[in-house]
Design a protein around this ligand. Sequence first.
Ligand code: BG6
Length: 478
Amino acid sequence: MSNYNIFPDEFLWGGATAANQYEGGYNQGGKGPALVDVLPSGKDRYDVMSGKLDYKKLDESTEYPGRVAVDGYSHWEEDIDYMIEMGFRVYRFSISWSRIFPLGTEKTPNTEGLKFYEKIIDKLNKNNIEPLVTICHFDIPLNLIEQYGSWRNREVIQFYLKYCKTLFNYFKGKVKYWITFNEINMLFHLPFMGAGIVFSENENQMEVKYQVAHNELVASALATKMAHEIDSNNQIGCMLAAGQYYPYSSKPEDVFDALDKNRDIFFFGDIQVRGKYPNYAKKKLQELNIEIKTEPEDEAILKKYPVDFVSFSYYSSRLTSADENVGEKTSGNVIHSLRNKYLETSEWGWQIDPLGLRTTLNALYERYEKPLFIVENGLGAKDKLNGDGSIDDDYRIEYLSRHIAVMRDAIVKDGVELIGYTSWGCIDLISASTGQMSKRYGYVYVDKDDEGKGSLKRYKKKSFYWYKKVIETNGENL
Ligand code: BG6
C-alpha cells in the first residue's frame, strides 16, 4: 500500500471556471447572444432559470450579470499567471458555444472565437497545465433556443456535434480531457439554465425534461464517438451534480426514498457509463405515462460509446424523507434537501459535509468502476478585502482542507480511483444560482460587487498561498 499521506504522483490539482460566469465579453470577438446573457440578477433569476418565467418578459431595467461577469475575456492571461504561481496541473474552463457558432447554425465557425481559446490553451500547455474543457456549461446560443426550442428538438444534436467536431479538430493534440455537458442532471431542477428550456402552458413538463435528457444523452454519446475517432488520446467525461441522499430516519420508507432520489442522479451516469436505460428508469417512464421520441439507432449509440471518466461536482450531501411533512427544508441550494441537524451550513444555507464526499466517491466508484474526477467543490462565502489588499479566508481553507482530507481517505483506504480535483471558481466569479458576486469561491479575489461596481482588480487571498502549498506537497500539507 502506498504512503497514506501521499496522493498519486500524477494527481491533477487545479481549479475550475466556466465561460458563463467568468468570461463576460458578451458582445466582443464576434460572439452571438447566449442563454447566459439573458439570465437576470435579483428575484426573477430563479423563475427564469427554472423555465417558469420567459426572459423575453423581463423589463428594460433588468441587469444581466453574466454579460460582463469578471471579464475573464480580457483578464485570462493574468488569471492563468495566478494558476501557474499556485502550481496548477489542470485548469477546467468552458468554451462559449456562441463564441464559436454565434447562431449555432452557421456552416463555418467564428475564427476569432477559436483563436481566443487557442491562446488560453497554448499558454496552459506551455506551462504544463492540462486543459480540461467543458463543451457546454449552462450555455447555448440564444438562436437555438428561440428558433428550435433548444434541446427538446432533436435537430440541436447535429448543431452540437458540429460544434464538437470543430473543437476536437481545432484543438487536436492540445486538449485531452473533455466534458460533454456540465451537471447534465441540472436540467431536471433548472430546465432553462440547464438546457435552455422554456415551458409553454399546459405542457407535460416531465415529458419535456426526459425528452431533453434523451437528446443530450444521445448527443453526448455521439460526441464521445467523434472525439475518439478524431484523436484516440481524447478522454471524455460525463459530469453529474452529485451528493448522496441520506434517509431522514431509519424508517424503511425514508431509506427507500433516499435510494429513489439517488437514482435521479445515477440515471444519467447509468446511461453514459453503462450505455443503457436502467430498468428502474424504464418503469418510471411507464408509470408516468411518458413517451419520449427516439430513433431506432439510439439504443446502439448509447451502448457503443460510453464515457472514459466520471466527473462530478460536490458541494454537499442531501437529506430526504418519504413523509412530506417532516423536517425543515434547506434554503439556497437548487437541488432540494431537508436540513441535516448534524451539519453546519454556509452563509447561503448550503450544508457542509466533508465525509459525504467520501460516501459519494465510493457510491460512484462502486457503481461505475471508472476513473473519477472531482471537477467542482468549494465554499461560497463573503470575503473582506483588508486595507492592505489581503483577504483572510480561513473558513475557505478549513472547508477545502476537510474535503481534500476525505479524498485522500477515499483513495488510500477505499481504493477509489480519483484522477484529479478542480475546486470551483478558483478566480472569483458570479454565482450561477443567485447571480451575485458576493458569493465567492476563489483563491483570487476580484474587486466587483453585487451592483456590478468595482475595478475588477485581482488580489491573492490567504487560501491562495495555502493551496499553493497543498499542490507543492501533493496534498500532504493540509
Ligand atoms: C454548480 C455549477 O452547480 O455549482 C456552477 O456547475 C455553479 O456553475 C456552482 O457556479 C456553484 O453554485 P453557485 O450557485 O454558488 O454559483
